[in-house]
Design a protein. Structure first.
Ligand SMILES: *Cc1c(COP(=O)(O)O)cnc(C)c1O
Length: 379
């Protein structure tokens, strides 16, 4: 049997005709930039995320970069995030010549550890603390970070909060939607995300009219009206074809989320039945969180050997993320070293993403778990 990490073709089959029809309409209209589909999608996403405003942008990366610019982050400012995330989170900070300040994660949710956050702020010198301007909590794999303490600490230190919700549209923390709790939410429509377009795309959410307006201006080179520039922005617009496709997919998103959650539950059951929980750690979902499982992540000591074993059995897996950001070559100048963030470093060595998507079949999941159990018994 062959089980791939992700199979987007199955989802496409269900929306193919409608998507092609809507793409044809956009082509017939020849209105490709910031048209009616983008405006409608912005409203629909705002509603879905329970925020007042949403602004379509060119990618999830820009959905982090633009809020940072709007929050006034610039050269020498310090922005807190975790070293255990996709590069874009810290890359956007560095792009503005601001300084990423890393804080380690919780070992079971892989999200920023609020206790370590307090401690990291305390450890900053007075001069550093004066430049501390923002925090990007990442809602990794589909589960929200511990927002209550994070928001409390942010308020105390006057930090702007940009939620990196790229993997987490529709997730909830204590009944609050991802992207609705901070000053901004950042979403990605990269094809492998829970709501994925036919290419790149992103969305910024916010409850502040003023900040929404600022992001809206910044995405068109900081101009308003056209050709009159108040700020130096960038070109970052969501295009009509993507918005048209995303509007179709958004109608299915809730059902797809529920199917992901069902499949995560199934994996949990299958792993328990296989009797290998002493070797394989399952994802931890806090009881007050709605985890939407963009990824289903297990933890095993012999991760690399397991990955190779599964690959030989036709099972696709992935390692998110093999090198924590503080150890990336491009961030050498920040002066971090091995051992600075032991929880992230350990996770980078032990985590493995298994196939998960709304259409994944029970037999396929059974096969994956059987092969993992086989590996555990052999080694
Ligand atoms: C995907 C992702 C991004 C960036 O999104 P793009 O649309 O690929 O630019 C940022 N942060 C996290 C955590 C992501 O998973």
């Amino acid at each position: 049997m062959k089980v791939s990490l992700l199979n987007l073709k199955l989802q496409y089959q269900g929306i193919r005709e409608e998507a092609l029809k809507e793409i044809e309409k956009v082509c017939d209209n020849q209105s490709f930039i910031l048209g009616e589909n983008v405006r409608a999608l912005e409203q629909e996403i705002a509603e879905y995320c329970n925020t007042k405003f949403a602004i379509g942008v060119a990618s999830g990366t820009d959905a982090i970069l633009l809020p940072l610019i709007a929050a006034g982050i610039g050269a020498g400012d310090r922005v807190i995030t975790t070293p255990y995330t996709f590069f874009a989170t810290a890359g956007s900070i560095a792009r503005l010549n601001a300084i990423p300040v890393f804080v380690d994660i919780e070992p079971d949710t892989y999200n920023i550890d609020p206790e370590k956050l307090e401690y990291a702020i305390k450890k900053q010198t007075a001069a550093q603390r004066a430049r501390l301007k923002a925090i990007i909590p990442v809602h990794l794999y589909g589960q929200c970070a511990e927002m209550e303490p994070i928001l409390k600490i942010s308020k105390k230190h006057k930090l702007a909060v940009v939620e990196d919700a790229a993997q987490t549209i529709g997730a909830e923390y204590k009944e609050e939607r991802a992207g609705s709790m901070g000053d901004f939410g950042s979403f990605s429509f990269y094809p492998s995300k829970n709501l994925g377009g036919f290419g790149d795309g992103g969305m910024v959410t916010t409850n502040s009219e003023k900040l929404a307006e600022k992001v809206r201006i910044l995405r068109v080179h900081g101009s308003k009206p056209k050709y009159y520039h108040k700020f130096v922005g960038i070109n970052s617009r969501l295009d009509e074809i993507q918005a048209a496709v995303l509007r179709i997919k958004l109608k299915h998103l809730k059902a797809w989320e529920n199917n992901r959650i069902k499949r995560a539950d199934r994996y949990n059951m299958l792993f328990k039945d296989a009797g290998i929980l002493d070797i394989v750690s399952l994802p931890a979902a806090r009881p007050y969180n709605r985890h939407v499982f963009n990824q289903y992540i297990i933890r095993v000591k012999k991760r690399d050997a397991l990955r190779e074993y599964l690959s030989n059995q036709g099972i696709g897996t992935e390692i998110y993320y093999p090198v924590p950001l503080h150890l990336q070559q491009c961030f050498k100048y920040l002066g971090y070293k091995k051992g600075d963030f032991p929880v992230s470093e350990k996770a980078a060595k032990e985590t493995l993403a298994l196939p998960i998507y709304p259409e994944l079949a029970l037999e396929e999941q059974g096969y994956v778990v059987n092969k993992i159990a086989e590996f555990c018994k052999k080694t």
